[in-house]
Ligand binder design. Structure first.
Ligand SMILES: [Zn+2]
Length: 251
């Protein structure tokens, strides 16, 4: 309750300043159609929220392509090369430290070949577990990705441009579950306050979801957020593609 109250105070400050906050939405780990994906798409469509699906290209994605053919306003971006954890424990990553930019580029290219035919495909990369290999941006630049997305940075200077997520709908340990309304309100308030104080009003705030791991409480909160944003004076949805030119100018 306290967190919700503090959040409404912060939103009131934005409103008094005549500013609107730009939310964007990324959902990770899609591979194929299924009941959870249907539920996710239903949320996006019912509330006209621009959804970015971060899809794992570890195999042919023809079934997903077929499903998305009749859906409007969904972006497809690349989530990893094969989403296989090659760490020996202590932080997950796909690309071992000794991998060169060329090796990473080759893996990225193979993945992108599978995703490029999907409706709404946007050549943007999201590293699994937000693991950023030191050579990743070199590989992304040489493969001409239009951008990439990881975790927590507010207005990062990066080439290619980077647009991050900041609010994770789930907690992960020991098993995935809803993070909690109070915690999410508190995190959203902090993200808003940080931008207000820095004057970076337009820096987007990314919501991160994982449709395959949502419990009922997570779905309920997501629907509540959608309902709230639809007519909100401050909170608005942005399409990832519209955020990229600005992210590019920041570099
Ligand atoms: Zn993932």
């Amino acid at each position: 309750m306290v967190q919700t109250l503090l959040l409404s105070w912060e939103l009131a400050r934005w409103r008094a300043a005549g500013r609107r906050a730009r939310l964007w939405w990324r959902d990770d780990d899609a591979r194929a159609p299924g009941p959870a994906l249907e539920r996710l798409l239903a949320h996006a469509l019912a509330f006209d929220a621009p959804l970015t699906l971060a899809v794992i290209p570890d195999s042919d994605r023809a079934d997903l392509a077929k499903r998305l053919a009749s859906v409007r306003g969904v972006r497809v971006v690349q989530h990893g090369a094969d989403h296989v954890d090659r760490s020996a424990g202590g932080g997950a990553f796909e690309f071992p430290p000794e991998h060169t930019a060329e090796q990473i580029a080759a893996a990225l290219r193979e993945g992108w070949t599978r995703l490029a035919p999907l409706p709404g495909a946007l050549k943007l990369f999201t590293p699994p577990w937000n693991a950023i290999h030191p050579r990743l941006t070199d590989a992304l630049a040489s493969e001409r990705y239009v951008g990439w997305s990881a975790w927590a940075q507010v207005a990062p200077k990066a080439t290619p441009p980077r647009v991050d997520t900041h609010l994770d709908l789930l907690r992960w340990n020991p098993t995935p579950r809803f993070r909690g309304a109070g915690r999410l309100a508190s995190q959203l308030r902090r993200q808003l306050a940080r931008r207000r104080k820095a004057g970076t009003w337009d820096a987007p705030i990314g919501l991160l979801t994982h449709h395959l791991d949502h419990d009922e409480a997570a779905w309920r909160w997501l629907a509540g957020l959608m309902r709230t944003v639809r007519h909100h004076p401050v909170l608005t949805w942005s399409d990832l593609a519209d955020l990229l030119p600005e992210a590019r100018r920041a570099t």
